[in-house]
Ligand binder design. Structure first.
Ligand code: FES
Ligand SMILES: [Fe+2]
Length: 410
């Protein structure tokens, strides 16, 4: 399944219709104020980390970050430490980065090459790339150990084309089920391993709650202000169309000004047929609950933004920039770097505003966040967070009432 031509047209029309709208939509409720403490409360942060990030499918890597058999990558920004390993059959396995002997971290570098096996740095227990315990020194010190039971603890791991996802919950649905409509719209992404190349990667700490950068990615109300000297020169803020999809996901198109085409600015070969010309019509993007933004820059350049909770008012901001053209050290490398830089500088404009907002929250200067119709994806994120945690477990004063159920389109 890809997007039908009538859906593609409807997405464009929605954005155009928004351009003409002059009043608040009569049928849409006034969004209840969102308690600002949801962006800084310690207990709520722990709930999110455990119940949301502990049970969602999370994009943690691009397969190009593990090109060869035995390559590993440490994922240390979740509630439990995870090691990703490239296996002999070309797949990716995920395990807790925890030795079954006494719990030493098996890898400590952010990335590297383990060869054919992983050896614990403490007492040299040895594991295969499939997690099996292969051996341990001085067997005479132990009664016969059940090696079957002492393999590394596996973590659910699935790839979607070039993207690697993990889920800490053994009982979670499949990634395909989780992605729902997003997976349908972008089903071609599943065939893009080896064709959508990782060309640049950004990762840094930001002193704000994980949701603040996410919020900035899922509304365009700020474009004419924050991005007045960059994105606002080519994008028409008012012509933004939004669809809330099932399971907390959503879709958005902010249209180019004056019928321009993103394709004219971006000379990358196309990778997609099934989304029509939406990625050329403007900035076309998806939010995958809870923390992934999939953003098209034309049909051959994309980036994937994830923001990770590290504390109530701290997070880690990651961007994977991907292109249909590999960076081979020639002109294509320059072009990829240039487009990554352009997009990165626009994203940094968002981040420059957010610490002031966090300070307002942390000092109790802001009681509620007030959201307009155009910011309803942010409300949808909050609603979904409470649903996933279980509303009754959310401290009463921090709850948001569910009001968007009738406005979900798939
Ligand atoms: S803790 Fe790993 S071998 Fe001892
Ligand atoms: Fe922005």
């Amino acid at each position: 399944m890809v997007m039908t031509s009538s859906l593609i047209e409807a997405v464009k029309q929605r954005a155009h219709a928004e351009r003409e709208r002059t009043s608040h939509p009569a049928e849409f409720p006034e969004l209840p104020p969102v308690p600002a403490a949801r962006y800084g409360d310690h207990e709520f942060f722990e709930l999110e980390r455990r119940e949301v990030f502990g049970r969602s499918w999370l994009m943690v890597a691009h397969v190009d970050e593990l090109p060869d058999t035995g390559d590993f990558r440490l994922i240390d920004h979740l509630a439990k430490p995870i090691v990703l390993l490239r296996t002999e059959d070309g797949g990716v396995n995920a395990f807790l980065n925890t030795c079954k002997h006494r719990g030493a971290a098996l890898v400590t570098d952010a990335a590297g090459h383990a060869g054919r096996r992983l050896t614990c740095p403490y007492h040299s227990w040895v594991y295969g790339l499939d997690g099996a315990l292969l051996g341990y020194p001085e067997t005479q010190n132990f009664p016969p150990l059940d090696k079957e039971c002492l393999g590394l603890t596996p973590v659910r791991c699935e790839t979607w084309g070039p993207l690697v996802f993990v889920n800490l919950d053994d009982g979670a649905p499949t990634l395909h089920q989780y992605l729902g409509q997003v997976g349908e719209d972008l089903s071609e992404l599943g065939d893009l391993a080896g064709r959508l190349h990782l060309v640049d990667r950004t990762a840094f700490d930001v002193d704000v709650n994980w949701k603040l950068p996410v919020d900035a990615n899922i509304e365009t109300y700020h474009v004419n202000t924050v991005h007045r000297d960059s994105a606002a020169k080519v994008l028409d803020q008012a012509a933004t169309g939004i669809q809330l999809l099932g399971q907390g996901h959503s879709r958005m198109l902010i249209t180019m000004q004056n019928g321009q085409s993103m394709g004219d600015l971006l000379p990358f070969p196309s990778l997609f047929d099934g989304v029509g010309d939406l990625p050329n019509a403007g900035t076309f993007s998806y939010h995958v609950f809870p923390n992934l933004s999939i953003v098209f820059s034309g049909l051959g350049f994309m980036f994937f933004i994830t923001n990770w909770p590290s504390g109530p008012n701290q997070s880690q901001y990651h961007v994977h920039f991907c292109s249909s053209v590999p960076s081979n050290g020639d002109d294509s490398t320059q072009l990829n770097t240039q487009f990554a830089q352009i997009n990165r500088s626009v994203l940094l404009e968002d981040l420059s505003v957010l610490p002031g907002m966090q300070r307002s929250i942390d000092t109790g200067s802001l009681d509620y966040v007030r959201l307009g119709y155009q910011e309803r994806r942010i409300y949808y994120l909050h609603e979904t967070i409470d649903r996933v945690i279980g509303v009754e477990r959310v401290p009463e004063e921090l709850r948001v009432p569910a009001v968007l159920g009738d406005f979900i389109e798939s």
